[in-house]
Design a protein around this ligand. Structure first.
Ligand SMILES: Cc1cc2nc3c(=O)[nH]c(=O)nc-3n(C[C@H](O)[C@H](O)[C@H](O)COP(=O)(O)O)c2cc1C
Length: 455
């Protein structure tokens, strides 16, 4: 039998872009057939508005808020704290709240379009802990990130598998950022009984759980008791107004239940039983402002960013990922325009000049590799993330988390940023000289024109 990492890599292999594949399938869709971007539970569930003056409510709102209304040809799109491939937002966010003053112990669905919580389920001795490896009762919050995959597969077909997981990673990154602003420690859980949880939450196969983020602490008792699973299942409520199944995505998701990675922390290598408080090189006020201001740059001016800003940004995204499952991410930087840094291909850690793998001017090449996108040509740096993918769902989400940190750090440094999910896979991998698949690209650069120097 093939190891599950090999099987999962086959899904990556099957969704590769090449010069020919993008010509054969340019992803044109009729915008009028777009499925709904928000899930709404029936009217009889109780709603609780999030109050902007209440610190806990603000923390919850920051995890998924709408921060901009953008006019497109087909109508207005509600853009959010997290980016999303094609602004299709396949993710949904739920939160279990226990032992928090002023809030009922329960499982809630977050409705960013109405800035409110929908109470789905009141807790007694049961809860989401029952689906985790460590079933001790958690005081605080357990966020559950899910994907309503058809919102993305509607346009991107099988390749949307990647975008569902990358977008989930960005959603996790948005929770991490909100926790940082509120000084809350947190921990990521990727290994839980997803099959049972999806079933108990009434997701059918249209929606699936991708990650949990625990922001709280295990209750300290002399004889800790396991929390049991939900005593009664939730009704099935669809996440879109209509649905077209995609068996490729459904079976790829199922494969990721197997072959979980090592049970260690990610980048930092710390103790998995501990909760972690991020140490981003920004104050919580700066991070809050970055969360609210973050947008994807739609063009760059080809003038350099400072070396100091580049190093600060690198420090921000290299913070540990406190997760039950570690994935070995490799991060490359193709430096085009960083003052005082020789252009070329670099690999983490970027402050060490000896790690310049290949000096040279590669802006035209990255523009081409990212399917002729000008942002990848005119930017200051394109980051590429690769991984051996012990678990495909986890690796892509961790790449999304790193991408989210790059977005926020760039915003805090007044630099533009855009995620890039479209690139020629094999040619990009060959350019990097890596034996691992390329999971994600992120461009950063200047979004204001260079100042004219008067003679
Ligand atoms: C996984 C992912 C892939 C993306 N790929 C591209 C891309 O290839 N080209 C691009 O211009 N923008 C890309 N974006 C940016 C989205 O278009 C953008 O996030 C979306 O339009 C919402 O806008 P906002 O980020 O300003 O809120 C990507 C974003 C994500 C999260």
């Amino acid at each position: 039998m093939l190891p599950s990492s090999v099987i999962q890599n086959e899904y990556h292999e099957a969704t590769k872009h090449s010069l020919i594949s993008v010509q054969l399938d340019p992803n044109y869709v009729d915008a009028s057939t777009q499925p709904t971007a928000f899930k709404t539970y029936p009217h009889f569930f109780r709603r609780f508005p999030l109050n902007a003056d209440h610190p806990i409510h603000t923390f919850l709102a920051l995890t998924s808020a709408i921060t901009y209304q953008k006019q497109y040809r087909d109508g207005v799109h509600a853009l959010r704290v997290q980016p999303s491939a094609g602004a299709l937002y396949p993710t949904e966010l739920y939160v279990q709240i226990r032992g928090v003053e002023g809030l009922l112990d329960g499982l809630y669905h977050i409705e960013p379009q109405h800035e409110r919580l929908t109470l789905l389920y009141e807790l007694i001795d049961d809860g989401l802990e029952g689906y985790l490896a460590d079933q001790r009762l958690i005081q605080g919050f357990i966020f559950l990130v899910t994907c309503v995959y058809f919102r993305s597969s509607w346009k991107y077909k099988n390749r949307s598998l990647r975008y569902c997981f990358l977008d989930s990673g960005h959603q996790v990154g948005a929770i991490e950022a909100a926790a940082y602003v509120s000084h809350f420690p947190y921990q990521l859980q990727f290994d839980f009984d997803q099959l049972a949880l999806n079933d108990d939450l009434g997701f059918d196969t249209q929606e699936f759980a991708t990650a949990m983020v625990v922001v709280g602490e295990p209750k300290q008792t002399t004889r800790p008791k396991a929390v049991r699973r939900l005593r009664s299942p939730l009704p099935q409520v669809p996440g879109t107004d209509y649905f077209e199944p995609n068996r490729f995505i459904e079976s790829a998701y199922q494969e990721t239940f197997e072959g979980v990675g090592s049970r260690e922390w990610g980048v930092g290598g710390a103790d998995a039983s501990l909760f972690y408080q991020s140490a981003f090189p920004f104050t919580s006020d700066q991070w809050r402002e970055a969360i609210l201001q973050r947008r994807s740059a739609r063009r760059f001016y080809p003038n350099p960013i400072s070396h100091e800003a580049f190093l600060t940004l690198c420090e921000a995204f290299q913070q540990p990922i406190p997760s039950d499952l570690a994935e070995d991410l490799e991060i490359y930087a193709v430096v085009h325009r960083v003052a005082g840094l020789e252009p070329g291909l670099y690999q983490y850690p970027f402050h060490d000049h000896s790690l310049c793998l290949k000096p040279g001017e590669f802006h035209s090449q990255t523009g081409y590799l990212c399917i002729h996108q000008a942002i990848a040509r005119d930017c200051a740096v394109v980051f590429f993330i690769t991984s051996a993918c012990r678990n495909y769902r986890v690796a892509l989400q961790q790449a999304g988390i790193v991408g989210h940190r790059i977005y926020l750090a760039a915003t805090a440094l007044n630099i533009g940023c855009s995620g890039i999910g479209a690139y020629y896979d094999d040619e990009t991998q060959a350019f990097l000289g890596s034996d691992r698949p390329v999971l994600y690209a992120i461009a950063i650069g200047q979004t204001t024109a260079p100042k004219l120097v008067s003679a």
